[in-house]
Design a protein around this ligand. Structure first.
Ligand SMILES: [Zn+2]
Length: 564
């Protein structure tokens, strides 16, 4: 493979402590290397440009049954956003739920190279991987939904952690998953009976277990299995006024499980879990309470779940929450009860500037990102497409680096929301170094992806180059220029090949699908038992269930040695 030399750029590589130093980056055989043959290598002149590792997205719904159901449900989302084919790229449609190829191209144009698809019902794993196979330009992985899986509930309620761990290990390999995803723990099982849980100590029907016990149990299982990422958690009572109390309680319930000061849980789309008030009329931001807790503790990482004022599509395994949203909005609604594993719901949603609640949500996401002092603890996401499409990331970067940009957006929002907002009191403007942490380095670190999110020797040669000169640009003032630069990367390099130039795809690439091959001390064979259970409980045959290696277009197993 050709050698590549990126010359003279301003490099932001936080994992290696490099903060805008002018230097060269050498690439050979898809990896970052010490040096290459100056004459032989293809050269990119990055003089006056910003060089970062490729973007990493820890949480975006881009594939699988819920996404595809959203696509089927919303022809209006396709009609307004059409991409023509070019000599190199395929055509596609969709604004908030773009088709697979378009999703890959759009991420790549922004300099992103790795994404995590966060909620995969194991029964729908094959569909998820089919769509990920079809999504070009990106490395990817999926988190199987395990917080309400019957086997997890059964073994945790018996207190049998080792057996629970074996099932989880088996499931990672069977579904080709990467991390334990938990959504509204206990609430999804309750939803099967038209109910929900309302606190972390409510009992889950039929299982004699509480959300607190599920989350604590799975943190312990995660540790026993030595999984690279922590548990990935969507908290109880998400999206409801007053829920910050539940969120704080959840975080407190995990404090003692972090023995080495390292994170034990990632709470996703935190904006949706940071509401004060006892009803929609009194709904307010709890960003101050949440951020002061996070600033004082190190066992939790977060992502924003930033809201964008636009028309989008909400989709989550939190079936009961989507029912609440359906009652509030009256929009068309799909409910999906995924047999004994999880649940799901999808609803179109339009976040409006002049709606007090929506404008407050917009403010909360930014308040969290700015009030939490350490950028390694909170990452940039919209929970795509729940808070808005991922194509809005450059806009969010603008708000994070510039008070002026925030003011310009906020003055168009509902006056009541403006009055309640903490944003006017926050002067912090993030640097490009901090943006590099929040959009790649921090996310890769939290995910335990050792070869991603940095530009040190041995890292995957995934690089983004942006047309921003940090020496001559006051980024807070010129935020619109920065926004444009992050929208249309000057170059995106995937595995050492230039795939985007000046915001246009110039080469097709197939990304890898990463999954965990968790090796337990005794070989786990659950197939026979599963076959029996399938006969008893499920409407599909067991043969439709496991995802074999050859099912993945470019499989990338990561071997993990478990302690059980
Ligand atoms: Zn999500």
């Amino acid at each position: 493979m050709a050698e590549l030399l990126i010359k003279n750029g301003f490099v932001f590589d936080p994992i290696n402590g490099i903060n805008g130093e002018k230097m060269d980056i050498a690439i050979k055989d898809g990896k970052i290397v010490e040096s290459v043959h100056e004459k032989r290598a293809k050269k990119i002149d990055a003089t006056g440009l910003t060089v970062m590792p490729g973007g990493v997205d820890i949480h975006c719904h881009i594939a699988g049954a819920e996404v595809n159901t959203g696509r089927l449900m919303r022809p209006e989302d396709h009609i307004k956003d059409v991409e023509r084919k070019t000599a190199l790229t395929r055509s596609g449609v969709g604004y908030s739920i773009p088709s697979t190829f378009t999703t890959g191209y759009r991420y790549s144009r922004m300099g992103y190279t790795t994404i995590m698809n966060p909620s995969m019902p194991p029964l729908e794993a094959k569909h998820t991987h089919e769509e990920l196979n079809d999504t070009p330009m990106l490395d990817k992985a999926s988190y199987p939904l395990l917080g309400d899986w019957w086997f997890v509930l059964e073994y945790l309620s018996k207190g049998d952690l080792a057996e629970c761990a074996k099932y989880v290990a088996w499931m990672m390999g069977t579904s080709k998953g990467y991390a334990i995803k938990i959504v509204n723990p206990g609430g999804l099982e309750s939803w099967g009976f038209g109910r929900n849980v309302h606190s972390i100590d409510d009992e889950v029907p039929n299982f004699c277990i509480t959300p607190r016990e599920i989350v604590r149990g799975l943190v312990k299982v995660n540790k026993m299995l030595n999984l690279p990422h922590t548990i990935h958690l969507h908290t109880n009572n998400l999206g409801l006024p007053g829920n910050y109390a539940t969120t704080l309680e959840t975080m407190k319930a995990l404090e003692d499980l972090s023995t080495d000061g390292k994170p034990v849980a990632h709470i996703t789309h935190m904006q949706f879990s940071s509401f004060k008030g006892d009803g929609w009329g009194s709904m307010r931001s709890a960003a101050e309470e949440i951020s002061s807790y996070i600033n004082a503790h190190s066992h939790i990482t977060l992502d924003m779940g930033q809201v964008i004022f636009t028309d989008t599509t909400t989709m989550t395994a939190d079936g009961p929450f989507e029912f609440t949203l359906y009652e509030l909005s009256g929009h068309k609604w799909v409910n999906s009860d995924v047999e004994t594993e999880t649940s799901g719901g999808i609803i179109p949603f339009h976040y409006k500037r002049k709606n007090v609640v929506n404008a407050t949500q917009w403010s909360i996401g930014l308040e969290l990102a700015l009030l939490i002092k350490d950028p390694w603890k909170i990452f940039l996401t919209t929970d795509h497409p729940n808070g808005g499409p991922f194509t809005a990331y450059p806009k969010i970067i603008g708000w994070l680096i510039s008070k002026k940009a925030r003011e310009a957006a906020q003055k168009r929002t509902h006056p009541k929301a403006q009055k309640r907002s903490l944003l006017p009191s926050i002067d912090r403007e993030l640097s490009l170094y901090e943006i590099a942490v929040m959009t790649r380095a921090g996310q890769a670190k939290a995910l335990g992806l050792k070869d991603k999110g940095h530009l040190g020797v041995g890292a995957d040669a995934d690089v983004a180059i942006y047309n921003v000169n940090p020496e001559t640009t006051d980024i807070a003032k010129k935020y619109k220029k920065v926004r444009r630069a992050f929208r249309d990367a000057a170059y995106t390099i995937k595995d050492g090949r230039i795939v985007v130039k000046d915001g246009e795809v110039v080469q097709h690439a197939d990304g890898k699908t990463m999954w965990l091959d968790v090796q337990t001390t005794e070989q786990v064979k659950l197939d026979e038992e599963m076959r029996r259970k399938f006969k008893e409980y499920w409407t599909v045959e067991y043969e439709n269930y496991p995802v074999s290696d050859h099912y993945l277009k470019v499989p990338c197993p990561i071997t993990v040695k478990a302690d059980v």
